[in-house]
Ligand binder design. Structure first.
Ligand SMILES: Nc1nc2c(ncn2[C@@H]2O[C@H](COP(=O)(O)OP(=O)(O)O)[C@@H](O)[C@H]2O)c(=O)[nH]1
Ligand SMILES: [Mg+2]
Length: 313
């Protein structure tokens, strides 16, 4: 497997786990309850949360049933378990039966929405798709400018109104323009005032209603952008958004520079939708489709990894 940007981006998450895992696996220690308790603690500290505990519970029962007898078999077992936990979390971006495909992007302020939209537009553009952007974050003056700058850089058209305009009106205009211009994708930015504020959710609902007036099947994707550096906070946001918006996928921004990449497991346990993309930096090309195996391999480093044996069936 090619070690891409994701592997580089997850260095801090991997390093945090690796120090402990390396210690645990490097002395030829016997596999016993103490070993497994230590492993559980390590996974917990690596922000794997309850999933770490569940996986170690599985491991403990495999150990008690003598399916696993020595420490060398643990890495492969763990890897397989973590991959299993993320089953179903890899999926391509949906597209409409007939263009345009409407992608609504939601999330709290600062999560990385606007930057991720620019990256996603670039990604689609590179696949030969035409893209239109809708500047639906009309609350912050800088937000429309920020998206406009990205659009200009990529020579992508943008539909916008003045700061303070009704975001639903922007969405309506953007959908009309997407249909008229026959673009493949319309990506709609939104404001991200705190998700706990009921009016934000009311506003998102209004945007969706307005979009449906012209395209009943749209939005084809509602992507929630979460800031991976916030760990537990991202998990909380995921569960709150899950309750109020029909989120169909996730973008995990800022996976670079965080040691909390393991939060993916916690996020997926409260909001089991696919992780469509991972943000690995601030540049236009710093977006990667999520790959489960590559992700697990990027966070696990046992030092003595090559001792791993095939997982028992
Ligand atoms: N390192 C890093 N920074 C990011 C990433 N995505 C976004 N950012 C930064 O996070 C900050 C907030 O992003 P922005 O897109 O404005 O968030 P928004 O308020 O949700 O629209 C900006 O400084 C971005 O450059 C990422 O994947 N990696
Ligand atoms: Mg923004």
């Amino acid at each position: 497997m090619v070690l891409g940007k994701l592997f580089g981006a997850l260095k801090r998450t991997r390093d945090k786990l690796a120090a402990g895992l390396g210690r645990l696996f490097s002395f030829g220690r016997a596999l016993d309850e103490a070993f497994l308790d230590e492993l559980e603690q390590l996974l917990y500290e690596g922000d794997l949360g309850p999933v770490g505990t569940e996986v170690v519970e599985r491991l403990k029962s495999a150990f008690r049933q003598r399916q696993i007898r020595d420490a060398a078999a643990v890495p492969a077992f763990l890897r397989q378990q973590l991959i299993e936990r993320l089953r179903g979390s890899e999926a391509p971006l949906q597209h409409a039966a007939a263009p345009p495909t409407v992608v609504l992007v939601v999330g709290v302020n600062g999560a990385g929405k606007t930057t991720s939209i620019a990256k996603l537009a670039r990604h689609l553009q590179q696949q030969g798709r035409s893209v239109l952007l809708g500047a639906g974050d009309t609350f912050r003056a800088a937000a429309v400018e920020q998206l406009t700058l990205w659009a200009e850089r990529m020579r992508i058209p943008i539909v916008k109104q003045a700061t303070g305009a009704d975001p639903a009106a922007v969405a309506f205009d953007a959908v009309a323009a997407a249909i008229a211009r026959k673009v493949d994708y319309l990506i709609l930015d939104t404001a991200g005032r705190l998700h706990t504020q009921k009016n934000l959710m009311t506003e998102l609902e209004k945007i969706v209603r307005v979009v449906k007036k012209q395209l009943p099947e749209a939005p084809h994707e509602t992507l929630l952008v979460l800031d991976a550096t916030t760990g537990q906070n991202a998990i909380r946001q995921a569960s709150e958004f899950a309750r109020s918006a029909p989120v169909t996928g996730l973008i995990l921004a800022k996976m670079d520079g965080t040691a909390k990449g393991g939060a993916v497991f916690g996020i997926r346990s409260v909001l089991p939708v696919p992780v469509k993309f991972v943000g690995t930096g601030e540049g236009l090309d710093d977006l990667e489709p999520f790959r489960v195996e590559a992700f697990v391999d990027a966070i696990l480093d046992f030092g003595a990894r090559d001792q791993g044996q095939p997982t028992p069936a």
